[in-house]
Design a binder for this molecule. Structure first.
Ligand SMILES: Nc1ncnc2c1ncn2[C@@H]1O[C@H](COP(=O)(O)OP(=O)(O)OP(=O)(O)O)[C@@H](O)[C@H]1O
Length: 214
């Protein structure tokens, strides 16, 4: 809202009467148009808030928030991959735009602005391969553990898998780009690998699954 106001009033001296007059016209964050349980897609359609589009959109938002929290723990340790997490959060924003633009009601200009191609998927694969080369091979199940960075990356991984489940029906209905589902599928592998890598960098032990024999 603040940013919007600053942009809207760009070039006008802050505090001047013209600025104050213009700023009062900045729309409020709450329009109340969603109070009856319906909201808008980017194409302007009104749909119930429990529609699969908003389910997918909301879960993608949860995923970005989970990564945002993990990122904060990683910053505390000055991990070298924080830039990758930043880029992923931006990609998730693009995924949200693609999902919120159902192809059946989109105009050419909508599709152009919200397209999602396969390059980000390939980039994730490259990152995964680089980390895997530096990790010992997995010989048993590991549990979400390995310190705060690692455990929070595991939590983000689990949210990522839920986001994938929510996005899939939208993709299968032909309403979002299949690269969106591919990206989320690859992202959970990236987050798993990164969780292990973070534990290694921090010198933390990962907890191994064990089963007590009766
Ligand atoms: N509960 C929700 N979960 C996921 N996405 C949502 C949800 N509600 C709205 N959206 C999407 O996020 C966009 C912005 O949300 P916003 O809260 O402004 O919508 P709204 O509830 O329709 O409006 P308002 O909050 O002003 O009454 C909406 O246009 C819609 O695409």
């Amino acid at each position: 809202q603040q940013l919007w106001a600053r942009e809207y009033c760009r070039g006008i001296e802050e505090g001047s009467s013209e600025y104050k007059q213009k700023k009062t016209k900045v729309p409020k964050i709450y329009t109340k148009t969603g109070d009856k349980g319906f909201s808008s897609t980017f194409t302007g359609e009104r749909r119930p808030k429990d529609d699969q589009i908003f389910e997918a959109l909301g879960t993608t938002d949860e995923l970005s928030s989970a990564i945002g929290l993990a990122r904060e723990f990683c910053i505390d340790h000055e991990h070298p991959f924080v830039d990758q997490l930043d880029k992923i959060q931006c990609m998730l924003q693009d995924i949200g735009s693609n999902v919120a633009t159902p192809i059946s009601s989109a105009r050419e200009s909508h599709l152009k602005r919200t397209s999602f191609d396969e390059n980000p998927v390939l980039e994730l694969e490259q990152w995964i391969d680089e980390y895997c080369d530096q990790l010992p091979p997995l010989t048993s199940f590991i549990l979400p553990s390995g310190g705060k960075s690692s455990a929070s990356l595991h939590l983000a991984r689990a949210v990522c898998r839920r986001a994938e489940r929510c996005v899939l029906p939208v993709v299968q209905a032909g309403e979002a780009d299949p690269n969106v589902a591919r990206y989320l599928n690859r992202l959970s592998d990236y987050l798993f690998t990164l969780a292990r890598y973070a534990a290694k960098l921090e010198g933390n032990q990962e907890t191994i699954y064990t089963k007590d024999d009766p």
